[in-house]
Design a protein around this ligand. Structure first.
Ligand SMILES: NC(=O)c1ccc[n+]([C@@H]2O[C@H](COP(=O)([O-])OP(=O)(O)OC[C@H]3O[C@@H](n4cnc5c(N)ncnc54)[C@H](OP(=O)(O)O)[C@@H]3O)[C@@H](O)[C@H]2O)c1
Length: 236
């Protein structure tokens, strides 16, 4: 049975991916900081190990890596947990630098640290890494300089990782807008009910897992449009 580690599984996209893979019979190791919400999110799912904690905590990352390292290796690492940073989003001129460091810790350092801990089992399985990115990594939206530059950093880590680790598939996956808590934080007070539910994006991510196109940056909209993944690749 394939096994995956998914971070940020208690809500939004991480929860939707967790339910989809569990439904396919995958073994899963998942986390989120809020233990209660995480427990509720995985209720009724078979073969899911929930380890509450913060991905910026090295001891928590070790716990995740221990649980996800099985004899056959690790098939999939989904670095989904992320922070938007300060809401409302500040202009760069006013961006609190401590907050920027915290955004980078969660969105850039933690995904790399998890890869470093899991490189061997991922390689043993010929595994896949999905680093969840954003259009803010490639578009210059005012106010999005902290989160966006962190996601741009994550994209570049993914690209270099792909060049360094030819036995793995390494994807930066841009899900597009989704109706989630993070999205509401980005648009405080606005009605976001027209944004798609996270579950609608899951088939795009699963195409990467199933079809294993060349490593690169992929947008959910392209994958969902039915474009062959090899053609939908690098978009910048
Ligand atoms: N929503 C959008 O429109 C949108 C657009 C583009 C990209 N994205 C990306 O899509 C991914 C999922 O976002 P989402 O909208 O689904 O977010 P979400 O609904 O806010 O869920 C985020 C998940 O990550 C967990 N999390 C956050 N910080 C964590 C940490 N430090 N350690 C462990 N878990 C943590 C949260 O639980 P706890 O708070 O309990 O830890 C939650 O389970 C993110 O990478 C985001 O950047 C989202």
């Amino acid at each position: 049975m394939p096994i995956a580690l998914i971070t940020g599984a208690s809500k939004g996209l991480g929860r939707a991916v967790t339910h989809a893979l569990a439904g396919r019979g995958w073994a899963l190791v998942v986390d989120a900081r809020g233990a209660q919400e995480l427990g509720t999110a995985i209720q009724g799912l078979a073969d899911v190990v929930a380890i509450p904690g913060d991905v910026t905590d090295p001891a928590h990352r070790l716990e995740l890596a221990d649980a996800a390292s099985r004899p056959g290796g690790l098939d999939l690492l989904v670095n989904n947990a992320s922070t938007l940073g300060t809401s409302p989003l500040p202009q760069l001129a006013d961006y609190p630098l401590d907050e920027l460091r915290a955004v980078y810790e969660t969105n850039v350092i933690a995904p790399l640290a998890l890869f470093q801990l899991l490189a061997e089992p991922l390689t043993n399985a010929g595994g896949t890494i999905v680093n969840v990115s954003s259009d803010a990594a490639v578009e210059a939206y005012p106010g999005w300089g902290g989160y966006g530059s962190a996601k741009a950093g994550l994209d570049q880590l993914t690209a270099v990782l792909a060049a360094e680790e030819p036995r793995l598939r390494c994807y930066a996956f841009d899900p597009g807008d989704m109706r989630t808590q993070m999205h509401q934080l980005a648009f405080p007070g606005e009605d976001i009910s027209d944004r798609p539910e996270p579950r609608t994006v899951v088939p795009a991510l699963l195409r990467l897992v199933d079809e294993r196109p060349p490593s690169g940056r992929y947008r959910a909209t392209d994958l969902l449009a039915g474009t062959r993944p090899s053609q939908a690749g690098v978009t910048r």
